[in-house]
Design a protein around this ligand. Structure first.
Ligand SMILES: *Cc1c(COP(=O)(O)O)cnc(C)c1O
Length: 396
């Protein structure tokens, strides 16, 4: 007899919910933030530039522009890529909605492409099929932390003349053929939301090797003000000029102080993520209901998410029931992501289901297991125990 599941009135594997992701903040982080709070600059001060230098030296990007969210970074990247009304931008059908919204902010038209079955990253062959003379950019999302097929995407970009925007919200610290994310020749964006690799509370950054793109992102962050004029006049004149439609996307020094301190711990956290992933592989490899995520040759994932896929033909129940059963065991599983074109706002724009067979088919099988550096070995063991319990109850 299998032990009764918590959802059927049995005892949960653990007494409290294990979150699927979350930040690690230590005393050094708190001291760094406190020092800024006691200083002169809460925003637009030296911590912003120091954080940007730290991002450049960690990733190898020539320029980093820090902004107040990853979504603002995507918007700035889309503007820097020159996207405007009349432009098509190809976006993967599976991602967080911000990957597509940045196109709409600029008045462009998102065109959704299907993803590769193995990695769930944008499929270069499908990108090629969906190119139009109006295609100005492709947003490539490093799903779960694994870089996309940049050899194929860059070759296509060079041949067909579009800019590659790399949504690297999941992939800080990942490598592609030994090169760091941020140094792949793309216009890349990061997010520092608390579930991501490092946090600033809220925050993001644009990474580029192109000085003109960096300058545009910097100006857009600060109301579209002409920053050269501003620098020349500093302290000696009231004159400033607004040369484009900008926003207030500035990130405070308070947040950047946290980011600087967090960045020092990134490598240790990446190693802990890899260790947890190796543990999942050992403990779950034999469960016939699961297909585990894999790294492709030449790509090293930053393991932001651990997305497994259910073999529904080996289960008596649906994904929703497995999800509910694991939540009842106090394992905070999640699903990343519902296809963006399925969202009401996108349906209203005319997108209809059924155009992305891989993304829409695989979506039905996705399940994200908890993965974050502060997770303890006991937390990890609880996830494994709960999955085995569910397999005994529902497996066939
Ligand atoms: C988190 C995330 C973003 C947006 O970042 P925010 O900092 O939350 O605005 C964009 N794209 C992807 C794929 C993300 O996961």
């Amino acid at each position: 007899m299998a032990e009764p599941l918590a959802i059927d009135g049995g005892r949960p594997v653990r007494p409290q919910m294990l979150r699927y992701a979350g930040q690690s903040v230590d005393d050094a982080d708190i001291r760094a933030v406190e020092a800024v709070l006691r200083g002169d600059w809460l925003t637009t001060g030296p911590a912003v530039a120091e954080f940007e230098r730290g991002l450049c030296s960690r990733t190898g990007a020539k320029f980093a522009v820090a902004l107040n969210t990853g979504t603002a970074a995507l918007h700035a990247a889309a503007v820097a890529a020159g996207i405007g009304p009349g432009d098509d931008v190809i976006v993967p059908a599976i991602s967080f909605v911000a990957s597509a919204n940045c196109v709409l902010y600029c008045g462009g038209r998102p065109v959704f492409a299907d993803v590769c079955r193995d990695t769930l990253t944008i499929d270069p062959a499908d990108v090629e099929r969906r190119l139009t003379p109006q295609t100005r950019a492709v947003v490539a999302v490093d799903f779960g932390g694994q870089p996309c097929d940049y050899d194929a995407l860059a070759a296509l970009a060079a041949r067909r003349g579009f800019r590659l925007i790399q949504d690297a919200a999941h992939s800080l610290g990942a490598t592609y053929h030994g090169k760091q994310v941020g140094a792949l020749g793309t216009l890349a964006t990061l997010s520092f939301h608390p579930v991501k690799h490092i946090t600033t509370g809220e925050g993001g950054a644009v990474l580029t090797d192109d000085p003109a793109e960096a300058k545009l992102a910097r100006s857009l962050r600060h109301h579209g003000i002409d920053l050269d004029l501003h620098a020349r006049n500093q302290g000696s004149s009231w004159v400033y000029d607004v040369v484009s439609l900008g926003y207030n996307y500035r990130i405070p020094d308070i947040n950047c102080a946290l980011g600087i301190s967090q960045l020092q711990k990134l490598d240790g956290w990446l190693a802990r993520r890899r260790q947890l992933v190796a543990g999942y592989r050992r403990a779950l490899g034999g469960l016939a209901m699961l297909e585990l995520p894999e790294e492709c040759d030449g790509r090293r994932s930053a393991w932001h998410l651990y997305v497994v896929r259910l073999h529904l033909d080996r289960l008596d129940v649906s994904r929703a029931q497995v999800f509910g059963a694991l939540r009842a065991e106090n394992i905070g599983v999640n699903v990343h992501y519902i296809p963006i074109p399925w969202m009401t706002h996108y349906a209203r724009l005319g997108f209809q289901r059924g155009q992305w067979p891989v993304a829409e088919g695989e979506y039905e099988r996705l399940l994200s297991l908890p993965l974050f550096p502060a997770m303890t070995d006991q937390d990890h063991a609880d996830v494994v125990t709960a999955l085995h319990k569910v397999w005994r109850a529902y497996g066939r």
